[in-house]
Write a protein of this length. Structure first.
Lengths: 237, 237, 237, 237, 237, 237
């Protein structure tokens, strides 16, 4: 669970590649469960890249999940948010609950002001319309009105969590686009970013060929001729 | 199940407060199950406030759920719609069925012409695109094409119903915004409207502070200093 | 499973009628399970009409669902796509899986270039935003990033399939609009198209009446007076 | 919703036929939704036949679902139980909730003492082991400990209800065996009992033939030769 | 999260009261979510009472959930099991997964030898038949064959967990019978045990009265006369 | 999809090993999805080993799923059953439907008379109690009364199918015990049977050690000392 520094250029590369390409490359490396299924992009036009700060909720209990308790500064939700650094992503184990919100525009605005890269919630958020207008990447199951102590109690942060049945470790790299969110194990990130950038470039070329009328066989995956055309096209970029 | 008159100003207040604030205030009063989870706002930009007229469907049976039967004027669905008064909300127990529509643009146009405040369906509606364009608040699980007798039979109206696993009594007050729909027990409405309006105003101030760079601790919930700033800000409004 | 030619005018009629009307007419003929529940229109403003080419996936197994295997020209997914003719609709048995994509913009662009009428997937697609921008009718459960061999293996095409728990036979007629997708058994299509076009026209008239203030009883279904007005209105068209 | 008297012999016939045969005969008459899916027989060795007394629950609300309220003699649950006559079956709309019990051995013992024929709950019961030992036919989703006001509020009895997404009208005939529970619309009961008794007898003969080594084709459905053997066998009974 | 000693007699009392009575008493104290819904008693004839040792699993990842890693002595699953003391209950956050086993007869035999009071798994176990024959209280969702690293990775023990969407803190008291499992917050246990023992005794008397023909009203809840009979009956015990 | 002969002794070995051991060995070979989750053993005391004959159902359509059609000798369900040879297992793609039965005691008796090794249904069966008494291994989701054309239409047999979201190819080897059913890819069977028999024997020894008081660390997986004891114990067998 160490977080070695990423290679220069890795985050830039990740800004340009599709999550579909990333999950394909991870799949080829034997990682079959890296896509956080069931989430909705509140701002599908934005991309999100950043390292995970994790936050763990457990089911609420009436004597513990009180407004007094959840507003203490060291309440894990609050501590985690204030500890987030620019470029990080807050990832929340919300246990797929759709009948309560983890938070709303107060917390999302705070995360934006702090310069974080986004927020991923395996659960719901309130103030849905405001957050959609915020120009800040948020992924959640949908909107909900009830306050979080109706169902949730935060108990820890920066521990390994399960989010949409995917393991997320603090320091793992989360990437989001309109297709959803992929979690890249930290130690694989440099390699995956590099191979994905290459594959993504090839696929852009392929889509152009297909639009121009090429059949799929021979074009994707590229046969020798297409591969040569691609290399030529690439040089011109 | 009586429906005492609401205090003057209550409906106006409810027009301005978030459903998230309402469900928070109800939660503080011990009402933990007032949010209708699983619905989608067809017009998320509109707000809805009004008292419930309820409509109950049970599963269809082939000899009863006939087109002849469901088009009689005293069929509960038709009777309920025609009985709706301006400002009321038709709330439909649709048993969460996603494979048939409760109705479509004929009924929704009729409800709009009658001056009702909206319609809430724990089920689906047909003519989804037309209804989205109608400028009339409708909440449903989504679109569906099949006619309602494929799955439903209306048997009663203005009886207590379960809608999204929340009790809705005739006369309860339904409030909807982009986060979804909350059902306020009739006898609590005046109090909840008042306390929610106050809380909502405070939260608007807090969001501004957060956007300007304030940390969450000290700002929300407000410490003495923030509280004083808020009181000053409030006076200027 | 023969595919007799459709009557002239049938496809044109289907371009103009609502899927809600089609499922109503099929229901009256005793066909209660023709609506593909659970799908989302990626381009809800487009309509889709065409005959089914079917594609069957089964669960993946690690030794068979390899990238080498799935890129062979005779892999059923590839063979089915290349075999699609203008005006056909590719319908995919994706077993409701939401954790992997059946394909993405490469395949959807190819289907568009080939002149097909659309694609229906009981599963997910990658490159969601690109496909939404493609002006090509696609219906799927939503976006997903992982490549299809993570969960799927194509084994056959143009066989009877189950799609969203509805039987789809090769040659059946699929119609889609913003309410979703209906599958019309081939041999019923001419009749259903004709009766639906009539019903749809009547309902357009009815909606206008309702908007102008008519009550539902007497207007829908039309009594003698409304029927006469409708016939008059119809002649003026 | 009238309850005409049943023909003499109908209830006796129903005591001997399988629910599988009954749902087959109902299916042939066009009734496709008569089986209450998802229930468990607490005493799978007992059969249950009787007419429905229905009981409707809606979601609980904290101010209404109080122990004081639910123990009043006219609380619908209590009123319904005390009104049950010998041979009737109490059928409960429990909305498929698995996190609270509708009742337990107090109510089940009372129903047994009253001579009722059984109890069907689309929900759970407490005191599961005691009820299993009671020699009284109960069908439910399973056991649960929490008291019913945790999730339920009874609001009416002897109204049409939905139970496991099947319509149950007061007076309908419920039949249960180890395969589950079927609801026969009242007015069809005499006919269905008669035709099912015949089919069931034939199937008993067929099973014997199959056990003795006959192939399925020719034996079921019976060809002329098997039919003749059956008629001979029948005469000997 | 302190674990103050329980009063003398508390555990004995809990050995005699129904989980249904316990959840009723907790409900009256305002604790509405204490029942672990969805579990199956592998030995429904046994009762279980003991304090929680908790174990947390998160989703597996291919590089971490290796057989080498999960068999290290300090792997949290192994450490937790070896740390269990007589009378404790191991409670496992298994995220409701039904496609892999948390463990099997090796671990359950070890827990029995150690003198623990039982094991509760929000997930599945292998060696189902052996465990059913073990005379050791185990509660799980059902059987499953695959080894736990197929879906799970243990990361911590004796932390607060969610089990069947109920909060379980280390030191909380778990009670199980044929109706399922209830989690009593530690600090409420003495009181709840006392009031439940009283209520349970009353209900035993009531069931006898009902079996003897008493109507429910007047008997439960007891009116003055029944209450007096009960007090007399009680003295004779 | 060829079915090479199995090595001598393979089937015997599979008769003695637990499905948990088989899925563990398959998992170690990289096959993560071989367990058919969600099934119930109707006779949990019986074991099942045999090669798959597959049967595919799709959703019913009213004009095709008629009793006339489904009783023709070449109807795929009937053809598949009559074609089953001694030692084979009929595996049915029942699409997880719980509201209709695939068949009942007629078909199960026929399969038993034919000497087949069992039947696996990703769906339900009627005549549940009779089949439980049959001494024939059947695995299904549970009982259901309605006839199969209410939801299903058989369209092919001995094609690749998905059963409980696991790929089953004709000729694959199915093994069932009280923990459920595992599908072993044909070409891996000899190896998996051999390695599983070894592992199973070791685990039997380990369970004995644990019962006698050994701690898990050092015993499982076995350290050098335990391994030596095991080898000694093994020689004595």
């Amino acid at each position: 669970m160490t977080t070695p520094p990423l290679a220069q250029g890795t985050l830039d590369r990740l800004q340009r590649v599709a999550t579909a390409t990333l999950s394909t490359q991870l799949f080829k490396l034997g990682f079959r469960n890296t896509y956080l299924s069931g989430l909705r992009a509140l701002s599908p036009g934005l991309r999100m890249v950043g390292e995970a700060v994790t936050l763990r909720f457990v089911p609420a209990r009436e004597d513990l999940a009180t407004f007094e308790h959840i507003t203490k500064p060291d309440y894990p939700q609050r501590a985690a948010i204030e500890a987030c650094k620019p470029g990080q992503v807050l990832v929340v184990e919300g246990r797929a609950i759709e009948a309560a919100a983890i938070g709303g525009d107060i917390y999302m605005n705070r995360l934006k002001v702090l310069g974080t890269a986004g927020c991923v919630v395996d659960g719901c958020v309130r103030d849905f319309a405001s957050i959609q207008a915020l120009e800040f990447p948020v992924y959640a199951r949908g909107p909900a009105s009830p306050p979080h102590p109706a169902r949730h109690l935060a108990v820890a942060w920066n521990v390994p969590i399960g989010c949409c049945e995917v393991l997320v470790m603090p320091g793992d790299i989360l990437v989001g686009d309109a297709d959803g969110v992929v979690c890249i194990p930290r130690h694989l990130t440099d390699d995956v970013a590099r191979s994905s950038a290459d594959l993504d470039e090839l696929e852009s070329f392929v889509v152009e060929k297909i639009k121009a009328g090429a059949a799929v066989p021979g074009t994707y995956p590229p046969d020798e001729k297409t591969r040569a055309e691609y290399e030529a096209w690439r040089k011109k970029l």
